[in-house]
Structures are given as C-alpha cells and as structure tokens.
Design a protein around this ligand. Structure first.
Ligand code: ARG
Length: 466
C-alpha cells in the first residue's frame, strides 16, 4: 500500500493469527465486497463524527479520520489498494489503510461498532443507491419505448394470444404494455428503497453497546429515514437485499419477454422489426446472418437474475439468530445483480430506439379478417343475439370460409345472412381494423383516443421523473 506509515495490524487480523491458508482462501471476500468501499467509508465517517459529538472520541482525531477516510476512498477508486487475503473483507482493508495513514488514531474508529452492523449498513446504503440507478435505467427504456409508441400510433398489427393472431391492436398499445410493466418495476424499486433506508449502526455485534451512541444522528447524516428496532434482527436481516433481488429478477423477466419478442419479430417469418446494424451481430461463419443477440442476452440474463434471488433466499433460510458467516455469501448476487440489469436495460433501450418497425408487414398479418371475428360476434350481440349463439354463428362462418377457400373478410353479405338472420349488409364494415379500434375506447383499451391518453400520461410522468 502506497505511502505507508508503520502498518498496524487490526486486532481481528491478529486474532486470525496463523490461520491455515485453506481457511484464509475460503474466508476472503474482498474480491466481491471491495465494491462496497464507498459505502463503507461513508458509514465510517458518519460513525466517527457522531462519536466525537458524543464525546467518545476527541474532536481533532475524528476530523483527521474523516479526512484520511476521504483519501482511502480515493485510493480504492483509483485501484491503488492492494487486496490482501489475510485481511478478509472491505471493512478490514479500509481500517488497515486508515491505520497506515493515521497511526494509532485509527484505533478510535470502531468503538461501539461491529463488522456485523457495519456490513448491514454498507449493504443498505448500496441498496438505496442501486434502487435509484436501476430505476433510472428502467425509465430510459420506458422513454425509448414511448418514443416508438408515439411514432406508431397508427400502425396496426395483430395482438396475439397463444402466439396465434387474435385481435388487432396498435403498435403503440403493444409497446405501452412494456411501459406499464417497467412502471410497476420502478414503483417496486421505490418501495424497496424506502424500506431499506434505515440504519442498523448501534446494533453492535448483536446486542448493542454500552457506549452512548446517537443512532438517529448517524442515520440522519447518511440521509436514512430512521434506525432499526431490534439489534438481533438488524445484524442478520437481509430482507432488503432479497427484496432488491426480487425487484431486479422481475424486471429482468420483463426485459426477457421484450427480448423474446425482438428475437421473434426480427425473424424472416415475422419480419415485423429490423434491428439497427449497431445493435445486431453477425455470424463468424455465415455471412448473411444478422443476429438479435441483444434479445437473446436479455433472456439469458433473466436466468442469472432469478438464480441470484434464489441464492440469497437459500443462504438465509436456515439461519438461527443472529449474525452468521453464511451471510457473507450474499455479496456476489447482491452487488452484481443491479448492474447486470442496468446493462441489459440500456442495450435494449438502444435497440428499441434505433429499430425499424415494419408497418406494412404488421398490417399484412391482419389481412383476411380473421382477427375481426370477435367484432362480428359482437355485431350480433348489439342486435340482441345472445353471445353464445353469436359465437356459434361466426364459428360456422369461419368453417364456411375455410371450405370455400377464402378469407373470412371475403364472405358476401348473402353468405352471412344465410348463417344468421340478424346479419345485414353492414356486417362487412366489421372487417375494417381501424374502425374496430375506434370502437374500443374503454379505459385501458387499444382505441386511438385511449392510447393517446396513455401516451400523454406517460410522457408527462417521465418528464417529471416519476
Ligand atoms: N465480511 C463479513 C460479511 O459480509 C462482515 C461481517 C463479519 N463478521 C464477523 N463476525 N466475522 O458478512
């Protein structure tokens, strides 16, 4: 480590003494929790400043420690802290470096604190930040989807159920479905953040401390809303981490569904969408290939995200109170999950923003009128026919059309009339998909007015950042 005064081993390291290298190799976590250095330093600065205000640590010492901690953070950021397996984790690395910088002053820092409540705080600070970053990335993808939705208010395509053409919708309505999902994801992250934002410091190893700490002041100085209410729970609770990984996993599942549609829609068979070259990949073998890796990776990443959540649930499930070392294993899933989601989200946003959607192919898929069969049944309902009877009549029409070898829309008024006496000539108007959509204006429906209302609502919400 650079510029070292005489290194003072922290007591834990001394306790570890001559640990067998095989135990050291198993125990070390700095390669994962090193990512928490900024949170660890922030927590330590808040803690030592409070210790000084409470008269537990001399004020001048606290000031020196806060300043030296700034330097430790900068050294971590610059990659200038050498990782030493014997020092185990980020907490010990920070404290050791502080010792090198400030000599025996560093020994004041850990009063009334344990690594157990310390790691709990670091993780909560990380979770609060991760919720914000992840939510912002999801909002960027919402904006990309919304931009295309606005451009395709009038583009019609079949909506699908069972991956079979079902009823017409606008592309705007289809894309807005993803905007909705991501909106729920962001609301969920905001709730996770609010629950995570309490400070466990003062819980000590498990049973608090005899020192007169000011827990609320530490929480407030870290921008947290309050303090945990039970020391045993506080040092062993990983609910916020689990909730974050659930929120991440569910978002990843939403992105995976979008990814799957990109894969389908860019096939020659569908032909609904072309990715910009910058968001597609070639094959190392087949020169004609343009591959939708962005969608495939979104699907694959979701598998990882689900695994991360299950990992963390499994780590916690059999733990007796309070802290157990098993909990150290939460670092890799917790610390890598949100960033993986952000990478996927940003790549998908770019892919959506730059993609070309093929309105002609989409509208061609509506040809034949099969997607309007329900409208014909509802035509009869509006004329007093019980729905089941209407359904049967249109079913018979579909069979007749198939037998005659023509699309449903090509049946003549006379043919319709023969199927049910309530059919009039105007039944043929049902086969106008735009007219069909104009008649679907209930809240949440794909009618053009309803969709325009949703576009406006989301544009306003995303401008104001909510
Ligand atoms: N690296 C540890 C973890 O993440 C910190 C807490 C260690 N506490 C202990 N008593 N060994 O869980």
């Amino acid at each position: 480590m650079a510029g070292a005064r005489k290194a003072r081993p922290v007591s834990r390291a001394a306790l570890a003494g001559e640990a067998d290298p095989r135990l050291v190799a198993l125990s070390v976590s700095i390669q994962d929790d090193g990512a928490l250095y900024a949170e660890d330093v922030r927590g330590s600065q808040a803690h030592v400043s409070m210790l000084a205000r409470q008269g537990i640590v001399p004020k001048a010492v606290a000031r020196r420690l806060v300043k030296a901690l700034d330097r430790v953070r900068a050294e971590f950021a610059a990659g200038r802290i050498a990782f030493d397996p014997a020092l185990e984790d980020v907490h010990t690395h920070v404290e050791r470096r502080l010792g090198e910088l400030t000599g025996k002053d560093a020994g004041y820092l850990h009063a009334g604190r344990s690594r157990n409540d310390q790691v709990g705080l670091d993780e909560r600070l990380f979770i609060v930040g991760a919720c914000g970053r992840t939510g912002a990335a999801l909002a960027r993808l919402q904006r990309a989807l919304l931009g295309q939705a606005r451009a395709h208010e009038r583009t019609l395509l079949p909506g699908y159920t069972h991956l079979q053409r079902a009823q017409p919708v606008s592309l705007a309505h289809h894309l807005l479905a993803y905007v909705e999902m991501l909106g729920r994801d962001r609301a969920r992250l905001a709730e996770v953040k609010a629950r995570a934002a309490v400070s466990p410091l003062g819980s000590g190893a498990l049973a608090g401390t005899t020192l007169r700490l000011d827990r609320e002041a530490v929480a407030a100085s870290l921008g947290l809303a309050g303090v945990t209410r039970n020391s045993l729970d506080a040092v062993s609770d990983r609910d916020s981490a689990i909730e974050l990984l659930f929120a991440v996993a569910l978002s990843a599942v939403h992105l995976s569904r979008l990814g799957e549609e990109i894969v389908l829609w860019t096939t020659r068979e569908f032909g609904f969408m072309t990715l910009d070259d910058a968001f597609a990949t070639g094959s190392s073998l087949m020169p004609q290939k343009k591959n939708p890796d962005v969608g495939e990776l979104a699907r694959g990443r979701a598998g990882r995200a689900i695994g991360d959540l299950v990992t963390l649930l499994s780590i916690v499930k059999n733990l007796p109170l309070s802290y157990n070392r098993d909990l150290q294993e939460d670092k890799r899933p917790l610390l890598s999950g949100p960033d993986a989601l952000i990478l996927t989200t940003d790549a998908l946003a770019g892919a959506v923003e730059t993609a070309t959607y093929h309105a002609d192919r989409m509208e061609a898929a509506l040809g034949g009128g099969e997607a309007l069969a329900t409208d014909v049944a509802e035509y009869l309902v509006e004329r007093g026919v019980p729905f089941r009877q209407a359904h049967e009549a249109v079913g018979a029409a579909a069979k007749l059309a198939a037998r005659l070898g023509k699309p449903l829309a090509a049946l003549t008024a006379a043919e319709w009339r023969a199927l049910h006496p309530r059919f009039e000539k105007d039944v043929l108007r049902c086969f106008d998909a735009r007219r069909s959509l104009r008649r679907r204006e209930l809240p949440g429906a794909p009618g053009p007015k309803a969709v325009r209302g949703e576009l406006r609502r989301w544009e306003k919400a995303l401008r104001s950042g909510s």
